[in-house]
Design a protein around this ligand. Structure first.
Ligand code: GLN
Length: 204
């Protein structure tokens, strides 16, 4: 059975774990460096990126030599497949428009937090995502960030009708501005699990 970690410091990690379980994947809640051992992939959920970034920099216990943020960064740099949703995308980005938080710099994108302002804090839009196939995917945006700039080596996976980039990947790092874990449509999780497995095989 495959084993995927879900960063469980804050935010909607339980919904991700529930989706993984529906897809017959073991979900490992990750709160300390040891929880990262032997994972096939990792999900960084939505929530509040400043709080999550702060908790990633703390040592979970006095016996830990590294912070969870440092350990997770080195595993992702070594090729651990990771997917960040919403706040998770902010955490994984290389650069933010805002001063806070300090992102981990694991995918070459620049992100604008809370890009939709007050009137459109939350909304849904049907997105056509070739990797997912038809029908279109109902994407839920909650105080969502967007990708405003990226390196040429980043692949765009989904755009809003106005062309704004809301999902992308670069090698083993996948990001979405929306929340597939809040729907009953499990196709995006399925895509991540399959692409993570293929990435691992290609690395061997
Ligand atoms: N607005 C939040 C942030 O900046 C992200 C919101 C979310 O994850 N739904 O961290």
């Amino acid at each position: 059975m495959k084993r995927f970690g879900v960063l469980a410091l804050q935010g909607d990690y339980q919904e991700h774990s529930a989706t993984l379980s529906r897809l017959s994947v073991q979900a490992q809640e990750v709160r300390k460096p040891n929880d990262l051992a032997n994972l096939d992939g990792l999900i960084v959920p939505g929530g509040e990126s400043t709080t999550m970034a702060h908790l990633l920099q703390k040592r979970a216990s006095s016996s830990d030599t590294k912070t969870l943020g440092t350990e997770l960064t080195s595993l992702i740099k070594e090729g651990l497949p990771v997917w960040g949703t919403c706040a998770g995308m902010i955490i994984l980005a290389k650069k933010l428009i805002q001063h806070e938080p300090s992102p981990l710099g694991l995918i070459d994108i620049t992100v604008n937090r809370n890009a939709f302002g007050r009137q459109k804090e939350s909304f849904e839009q049907e997105l056509t995502i070739p990797e997912i196939g038809s029908p279109p995917f109902k994407a839920i945006f909650i105080r969502a960030p967007v990708i405003v700039d990226m390196d040429d080596t980043v692949t765009v996976l989904a755009r809003l009708q106005d062309g704004t980039t809301v999902a992308a990947r670069q090698n083993n790092v996948l990001v979405t501005a929306f929340h597939p874990e809040l729907t009953r449509d499990d196709r995006f999780h399925q895509y991540f699990i399959e692409s993570a497995t293929n990435h691992r095989v290609a690395q061997e």
